[in-house]
Ligand binder design. Sequence first.
Ligand SMILES: Cc1cc2nc3c(=O)[nH]c(=O)nc-3n(C[C@H](O)[C@H](O)[C@H](O)COP(=O)(O)OP(=O)(O)OC[C@H]3O[C@@H](n4cnc5c(N)ncnc54)[C@H](O)[C@@H]3O)c2cc1C
Length: 539
Amino acid sequence: MAETELPVVGFHPYLWGDPAQHSGLPPAIHAALSGLGVTAPARPAVPPDAVRLPPVTLSEAARAALTAVVGAEHVDSGHDARLGHTRGRSTPDLLRLRAGDAADAPDAVVFPGSHDEVVAVLRACAEHRVAVVPYSGGTSVVGGLAPARAGFAGVVTLDLRRLDALVEVDSVSRTAVLQAGLRGPRAERLLREQGFTLGHFPQSYEGASIGGYAAARSAGQSSAGYGRFDEMVVGLVLATPRGTVELGTAPKSAAGPDLRQLVLGSEGVLGVITSVRVRVRPAPGERIFEGWRFPSFEAGAAALRRLAQAGTPPPTVLRLSDELETAVNLADPAAALDGGPGGCLAITGYEGDPAEVAARRAAATDVLLAAGGAPLGPGPGESWREGRFRAPYLRDPILAAGGLVETLETAAFWSGLHRLRAAVTEALTAELTGQGTPPVVLCHISHVYETGASLYFTVVCAQAADPLTQWAAAKTAANRAIRSCGAAITHHHGVGTDHRAAYAEEIGPLAVEALHAVKRVLDPTGILNPGVLLPPAGG
Ligand SMILES: Cc1cc2nc3c(=O)[nH]c(=O)nc-3n(C[C@H](O)[C@H](O)[C@H](O)COP(=O)(O)OP(=O)(O)OC[C@H]3O[C@@H](n4cnc5c(N)ncnc54)[C@H](O)[C@@H]3O)c2cc1C
């Protein structure tokens, strides 16, 4: 389905996306799960209306202050609003909700209608010592929406969905100002009406929003051609409890450190991004997606590296699945259990005007052929494009069937990439096998740079009696492996609470202290996402 045709729908508390797209598990995946030892009884979820929520602790005075800013109709402490804003969309988040655990539910959800209202809400929360969770699309998979509560009189979620305008398009400079609560499909539709595209298509596109893309430094599937989201942002507006910070008045500047980069990736702990000015590109007139086969992952990775380093404009989409993931991509998940059919599938995609597509494609084809790739034509490319937002719909039925499925990602320089892949795969396999639930670990290169690439892992196994503890141990093992290879603890999912300790290790204690110092200036009472990204003050 084309990106602009995806509907903007209200999400269920734990089911992904558009309810009309949920159709259960394909038989091949059922068979693959049986091979992994997933057997009845299945794990049905507690229905949303039967989930018990913790009592609301927000004082009447705090509620009155919030209501005075946004109006009573925009402060919601009802069951559905609180449950629907409980944590994010990682597998542990979903497992907890499915088991009826909503202990992290906010006391209220506040829906501001303007930047000034956001500033005023933050001031009111600072005055009443209420913690604030900035919330754009709610698709965080790293615990970014479950802050620490200790020491606060309550927690409110600041849902930015009313800030959903395309404010301005500068077609001469090719920039657009987008508000933070704009969801991916709506942002893209509004831009297409003006003849432009953002070119940002993460797999969470149906749910994630502009503010979250910026706050968590998202990378979309077309990053080879359009860049990561942080590369697209040329300016932004940040609301803090102390007022407004506006950054980015020109395409480039030598005036001191680039403070936009301090805000991008700050995951709501320094302020609330209410709008961004982004670079946009002309809507593509032509698109071609193709498949390539390589004899091995190593051969495919070498080809992608040659392409990234060739100095010619890269494809818009460039990715490579390992042998097992290739088996799954080719609609034969059962073959993954037998080691796959051999060979690895790469996808190349080209977008732009016909001349640009032809030039990019010709340049890439030369490099890939010289690197030993076998062209498979448009079939596999088009089928990848058609199905690229489908995988999240499989997670709910897999969890319900008693399977465990989760993803994680990292990045490294080319010279360390294969060691990293082996270390993470071994760590996950050893940990889960030791627990009696041997997994299948799939891997692909998801984003490619001149100097390195990101690796994206999908892990599937049977749920143990306590799947939360089971996955926590596996994730710890994977994090340790990533750290031991000197790789990035995250390439695009962000830090949240899940990667906080590893992030602190990655940047070192002095850098952590510097970030705390910035937070103390912008958020002196520490109400913004306490415990996300950085340890809670004094913690
Ligand atoms: C199925 C699935 C697939 C995914 N695929 C991808 C992918 O392909 N690429 C990718 O990069 N990520 C992916 N993700 C992760 C996630 O979608 C991204 O991190 C995305 O950028 C989050 O956007 P959001 O609007 O949902 O942010 P949220 O979940 O609402 O917020 C993310 C973090 O930023 C903070 N925050 C939110 N809005 C603001 C704001 N306006 N100002 C300041 N702080 C804010 C939140 O408090 C939270 O800590 C995926 C997630 C899921 C569930």
